[in-house]
Design a protein around this ligand. Structure first.
Ligand SMILES: NC(=O)C1=CN([C@@H]2O[C@H](COP(=O)(O)OP(=O)(O)OC[C@H]3O[C@@H](n4cnc5c(N)ncnc54)[C@H](OP(=O)(O)O)[C@@H]3O)[C@@H](O)[C@H]2O)C=CC1
Ligand SMILES: C[C@H]1O[C@H](OP(=O)(O)OP(=O)(O)OC[C@H]2O[C@@H](n3cnc4c(=O)[nH]c(N)nc43)[C@H](O)[C@@H]2O)[C@@H](O)[C@@H](O)C1=O
Length: 360
């Protein structure tokens, strides 16, 4: 990529897309093609076709997707498979039709089997059954990898797939039902701390910044308390408690979104599809690259770290009625390290930065 190349970042306002845009700007890239979801619905094949034919981007970074935590994935199963298949089919196919030089497809490490040997190497793809809670999303992501790989092999395109672990950072989704664990726990503990301190100004400011369905910052205290209780932030005679879904035993690996963005740009600048296989190799598959830290923590440990960093003094209640999901999904990052990229931000530091961002 040269600094004037026309780069389309699909999903530039999201957690990862916004970090990629920031990273590219910091490196001196300046010619961006950006559309919000409202301006261009990537599920709409005709609209995507017209957009690509008119704009002719040189490079494409596909960071737009239907994304959510374990409960959102399990509840909106149809939306997750349909939207993600449509978005990636439309963007990849029209990139091909319009001569895009290189495309980066973002998948997820949920593509690997539920009981995958650990750490999970790229070659473990399609070796066993998937975790049920996010099977539709994972199937779409696997289709995305195979779409890119197949176009590369048939049409000589240069599409790279990366499989990030769980991500977190500025512009994350803090919805208490649909978000991932890390932003959800930051918000729940922040609200829990405000309740402990009887700080209604902080509670109302939080509801104003990030509205919750059925209650707004102007509602009376009782209505707000009922809503917070519904989302697992409860005050009672024993003090304030925050609900943690599941057993707390699942292990998760977390990568700071700005590290993820750095890895994506590194790969866009340094990697081509032809580097992903040996010349003369008969079957070319599993050409994707894992992106992670190679380190994981239990959800209980994560909750305790967030509790400490936020300064919440109440109790944690584990709710076994909520799903645990995969018990362990640690990425094998040797391929990424061999390419010359390693993460910078450790979890403790990332949580601290994230909470500062959340409260600023
Ligand atoms: N967050 C995580 O922990 C992980 C994420 N990933 C993957 O990384 C990528 C980015 O995820 P993340 O940044 O977290 O997601 P976000 O939900 O933060 O952002 C998604 C972006 O996609 C856009 N978008 C969604 N649907 C459409 C649509 N139909 N048409 C146009 N734009 C659309 C949204 O646009 P708008 O802002 O305008 O609404 C938003 O900018 C995804 O492929 C995801 O699967 C992989 C592993 C973990
Ligand atoms: C990135 C990845 O994200 C999703 O998978 P996941 O890792 O299971 O996602 P999660 O962040 O929602 O949960 C991680 C763990 O944490 C527990 N947990 C505790 N308390 C809360 C809580 O309050 N909210 C949430 N969301 N989880 C909680 C939760 O029960 C689970 O055990 C995929 O569907 C798919 O989208 C994907 O690829």
């Amino acid at each position: 990529m040269d600094k004037n190349s026309k780069i389309y970042i699909a999903g530039h306002r999201g957690l990862v897309g916004s970090a990629i845009l920031k990273q590219l700007k910091a490196k001196g890239y300046s010619n961006f093609l950006l559309r919000t979801h409202a301006e261009l619905d990537l599920v709409d094949a005709n609209a995507v076709g017209e957009f690509f034919a008119e704009e002719k981007p040189d490079y494409v970074i596909l960071a737009a997707a239907k994304v959510g935590g374990i409960v959102a994935n399990n509840t909106y199963r149809g939306d997750f498979i349909y939207s993600n298949l449509m978005i990636q089919n439309n963007v990849v196919h029209h990139s091909y039709l319009n001569g895009v030089k290189k495309l980066l497809f973002l998948g997820s490490t949920c593509i690997y089997p539920k009981e995958c040997p650990q750490p999970m190497k790229e070659d473990y793809l399609l070796t066993d059954v998937l975790e049920y809670t996010n099977e539709p999303y994972a199937i779409a992501k696997i289709a995305g990898i195979k779409l890119c790989e197949s176009y590369n092999l048939q049409y000589g395109t240069n599409y790279i797939s990366v499989m990030p672990t769980n991500l977190y950072g500025p512009n994350d989704n803090f919805d208490l039902e649909k978000s991932h664990v890390l932003p959800a726990l930051i918000r729940k503990m922040h609200l829990g701390k405000a309740l402990e301190q009887n700080d209604w100004e902080a509670i109302r400011a939080d509801l104003k910044n990030r509205p919750i369905e059925s209650v707004d910052e102007k509602a009376n205290e009782e209505a707000i308390l009922q809503t917070l209780k519904k989302y697992g932030v409860t005050t009672g005679k024993d003090g304030v408690s925050v609900e943690i879904w599941g057993s707390g035993k699942p292990m998760r690996e977390f990568l700071w979104s700005e590290d993820m963005a750095e890895a994506c740009v590194f790969i866009m600048e340094n990697r081509n599809f032809e580097d992903t296989y040996e010349s003369g190799q008969k079957e070319i598959r599993n050409t994707h690259i894992n992106i992670g830290t190679g380190k994981d923590v239990s959800i209980k440990e994560l909750a305790e770290t967030i509790k400490r960093q936020v300064g919440f003094d109440g109790s944690l209640q584990f709710n076994a009625d909520k799903p645990d999901g995969t018990m362990k999904k640690l990425t094998d990052v040797s391929k990424l390290h061999e390419l010359g990229w390693k993460h910078n931000i450790e979890l403790e530091d990332g949580i601290s930065q994230m909470y500062q961002w959340y409260t600023s």
